[in-house]
Design a protein around this ligand. Structure first.
Ligand SMILES: [Zn+2]
Ligand SMILES: [Zn+2]
Length: 356
């Protein structure tokens, strides 16, 4: 089968690989029908995750590449002997987080820290979804039956982008009716925070980014105010828009120091700062100024414990996740898709869909 395989820094190859087989009785093999590229995949290609090679070498003595991708939908091709909820031919959404369902952390819904080899493993510790077929561990707990009235693009976004935005941005940020919210970073996850944040009826959502196209898209999707932080002083502008109070919730959706810094300067007393961005480097944390403000500061990896709820919200027509999909490519053109996603702002791209 064809697959997009990571070999090292800036080295991804679209090549022929053997089809995956059932290893554990709880596995399923899925024939992929739609997948996508995540900012995390670009991070891997930039060398942010050297543990991929290190772990493979520790376990097997060598590293022969890793198929990328942890998002997508497909059709069940084969199931292991203990899989009860799915059978060949079922259409499914694949969660980016695999979970055994029985360990201490899974019982606390801390699925991203599954103690039995689950968590975020696809396209990372095991082969992923940017392939014609993928092996999904713990299939009963990690796949979702695809509802008839779910948009397929929305289905792909339910793998990771939407639950990450909702759980780590909006829920950890404790967004409530009437709140003032600022989202720093209008990429797919920031936009996901906007779409899922609006479900809670905040009174004001301020989107901050350096790209005017993305800000225009945010306004179309319901942001009340936008700030181009490349042209304006974002902190001053947020204060102006909030009568010098600051926001109830600031969501960091980039993962670099300047965007973190905006967030830590705009939260009002008693407010929340939820960090969703994946940081490659330390940041300056103004604890000497912030301690007095009774803030809640959170961060984390998606547990995908709200995927089912978000799926129903998509089906009901209240969450138009499919609007985030701006481009579609054939699987044979996945290298082109990577190129467009790498230059997303210039290409006016948000989420790129890949059809198999
Ligand atoms: Zn992802
Ligand atoms: Zn577990």
């Amino acid at each position: 089968m064809k697959a997009m395989v990571y070999y090292g820094d800036n080295d991804a190859r679209f090549e022929e690989r053997p089809r995956p087989e059932i290893i554990e009785p709880t596995d399923a093999i899925i024939r992929m029908t739609k997948t996508t590229i995540c900012g995390t995949d670009l991070g891997i290609l930039k060398g942010k995750n050297p543990e991929i090679e290190q772990t493979a070498i520790e376990k097997t003595g060598s590293f022969n590449g890793r198929i990328l991708g942890h998002e997508g939908i497909g059709i069940v091709e084969e199931v292991g002997s203990s899989v009860k909820n799915f059978k060949k031919g079922d259409k499914v959404v694949i969660s980016c987080v695999s979970r055994c369902g029985t360990c201490e952390n899974c019982q606390k819904q801390l699925y991203s820290h599954c103690l039995n080899g689950g968590g975020w493993i696809m396209g990372y510790m095991i082969d992923g979804t940017q392939a014609e077929y993928v092996r999904t561990p713990f299939a009963d707990n990690s796949l979702y039956a695809f509802p008839d009235n779910l948009d397929e693009k929305a289905g792909v976004l339910l793998s990771d982008a939407l639950p990450t935005a909702h759980e780590i941005g909006v829920q950890y940020g404790d967004v409530k009716p009437g709140d003032t919210v600022a989202i720093v970073g209008a990429g797919p996850v920031g936009m996901g925070c906007l779409l899922t944040g609006l479900l809670y009826s905040p009174s004001q959502v301020i989107m901050i980014d350096m790209d005017d196209n993305r800000l225009a898209m945010a306004r179309q999707m319901g942001a009340t105010d936008t700030i181009n932080s490349g042209k304006e002083n974002a902190v001053e502008k947020v204060m102006e828009l909030t009568n010098n109070r600051g926001v109830d919730c600031a969501i960091e959706a980039v993962g670099i120091e300047p965007t973190w810094d905006i967030c830590q300067k705009i939260v009002k007393a008693g407010g929340h700062l939820s960090n969703v961005g994946v940081h490659g480097k330390p940041v300056n944390f103004d604890i000497q100024k912030l301690w007095i403000d009774n803030l809640t500061i959170t961060t984390g990896l998606v547990n995908a414990n709200t995927t089912g709820m978000l799926m129903k919200t998509c089906c009901s027509g209240k969450l138009h996740a499919e609007d985030l999909a701006t481009h579609t490519f054939d699987f044979d053109d996945i290298e082109k898709a990577y190129d467009v996603f790498k230059h997303a702002a210039d290409q006016k791209a948000m989420k790129v869909m890949i059809d198999l």
